[in-house]
Design a binder for this molecule. Structure first.
Ligand code: UD1
Length: 415
């Protein structure tokens, strides 16, 4: 699938616009299954994961017309069985389960694949569906769910899972009566799904982590513009920071990145905030910080690996504790091969900064670890080769073009 060849050591600088959020695009596309009406989405990023979800809903009978960042999804879903290939490619495809049950009274969806970052069960999705009155059976690596009627109820999630909250918000929108989801996820991407569902006619109220949904008999088409991708914004800001350059990201929502920006400030960066834009101004090597990832508004787990890359060229010893995924540390071996000093104990990584990383040949293990290795390559002495681009391309659109526009020397080779 080719590789990115990076010649490190050049400070990046300039301005760059971010895409619409991948993690908002995926549930928005799935929500189209809840209606036969047209769903028009704007600011759709050109990503592999988006192509995967569009393939999935296309296989279910939806008509999909894509024109750059604009997307029209129309027509009735025709099948209640999801394509095994697409679900094996990406965990978020599992979100089709609830909407299919809500529309057909039954659904068959394979258990998900996707990023290899620890066991990521779907028990909370299934328990929620059961609470709403569905019967769940597991056979041959797939789940079969049946429900004559879905009845609103109270569901308390033991952990504010993003996917489970989204799944249940969609199902509850077509269930009988009121559903209350307590301890739900309030990531900006979940709130963006709520905005779309409201435009489709769903009545959703949010109070802290509690969602109250008054079910409807049917939902209508709607038009919606996705929120900006805070993970891409954070990664590009770190690309500036790790190379000692001044980078501005445009079209962002600074309020979505508060915990991340706090960590950057603590590391000694000056952060400029304008109207929908953020700038980082580095002042020497990063100071050590202590960060723990957690559900929003905590530090986002997806920015843990890119942050770790940045801290690996810092002054003292930083600590990053992973509070969401057990196996987030897939970037560690790659960074170590570049000279980084990282010790992992349990869920905490201790990163002792080194003056300089050196170029290496690496494989991206998953989306965000891939981004971390790429960032390290930008700062390293000599050449870095990052392969496994099918992972990076899942979450970053045209990353080499964006980095090149900021002054990086990055080339894609499609060998
Ligand atoms: C979403 C994001 C992903 C992000 C994550 C956490 C999308 C497409 N992906 O993933 O980029 O890193 O949120 O912010 O939006 N869990 C269970 N049982 C369940 C569901 C989850 O135990 O039924 C656990 C998982 O194993 C994991 C944790 O909860 O340890 C977080 O998962 P969840 O919030 O559901 O993440 P995703 O929706 O998969």
């Amino acid at each position: 699938m080719g590789y990115l060849l990076v010649e490190g050591g050049r400070p990046l600088s300039g301005r760059i616009a971010v895409e619409g959020a991948k993690n908002a695009a995926l549930p928005a596309c799935v929500a189209s299954l809840l209606t036969d009406g047209p769903i028009v989405l704007h600011r759709i990023p050109q990503l592999r994961d988006v192509s995967t979800i569009l393939f999935t809903i296309g296989e279910l009978g939806k008509r999909v017309i894509r024109n750059g960042p604009d997307l029209l999804i129309a027509g009735a879903p025709l099948s209640f069985e999801a394509n095994p290939y697409s679900v094996s490619q990406m965990r978020a495809s599992f979100l089709v389960l609830g909407p299919l049950v809500a529309r057909f009274g039954r659904a068959v969806v394979p258990l998900p694949g996707g990023c290899s970052i620890g066991p990521r069960p779907v028990d909370l999705h299934l328990k929620g569906l059961q609470a709403l009155g569905a019967r769940v059976e597991e056979r041959d690596g797939a789940v079969a769910v049946m429900a004559d009627r879905l009845r609103g109820c109270r569901i308390e999630l033991p952990f504010p899972s993003v996917g489970a909250t989204e799944q249940l918000l969609m199902v509850a929108s077509l269930a009988d009566g009121e559903t209350e989801i307590a301890n739900g996820a309030i990531e900006p991407e979940v709130i963006d799904l709520v905005s779309l569902l409201r435009k489709m006619g769903s009545n959703v109220e949010i109070d802290g982590r509690t969602f109250r949904i008054e079910g409807r008999i049917s939902l209508s088409g709607a038009e919606h513009t996705l929120i900006p991708d805070r993970m891409e914004a954070g990664t590009l800001l770190l690309a500036g920071a790790i190379t000692g350059g001044e980078v501005t990201v445009e079209g962002v929502e600074p309020g979505h990145l508060e915990a991340f920006l706090e960590a950057l400030s603590a590391s000694g960066l000056t952060i400029g905030e304008g109207d929908g834009e953020l700038t980082v101004v580095p002042r020497g090597r990063p100071e050590p910080v202590e960060v723990k990832t957690g559900p929003h508004p905590g530090f986002p787990t997806d920015l843990h690996p890119p942050l770790a890359a940045y801290l690996s060229v810092g002054r003292g010893t930083s600590r990053v504790t992973e509070g969401v995924f057990e196996r987030r540390f897939t970037y560690v071996d790659g960074l170590r091969s570049m000279g980084a000093q990282i010790a992992v104990s349990g869920r905490t990584g201790s990163i002792t900064g080194v003056k300089r990383l050196r170029g290496s040949s690496l494989v991206a293990p998953d989306i965000r670890a891939g981004a971390a290795l790429l960032l390290a390559g930008l700062a390293a002495e000599g050449e870095t080769r990052v392969s496994g681009l099918e992972q990076i391309d899942r979450g970053y659109a045209g990353i080499e073009d964006k980095l090149s526009r900021l002054g990086a020397k990055v080339e894609r080779t499609n060998d």
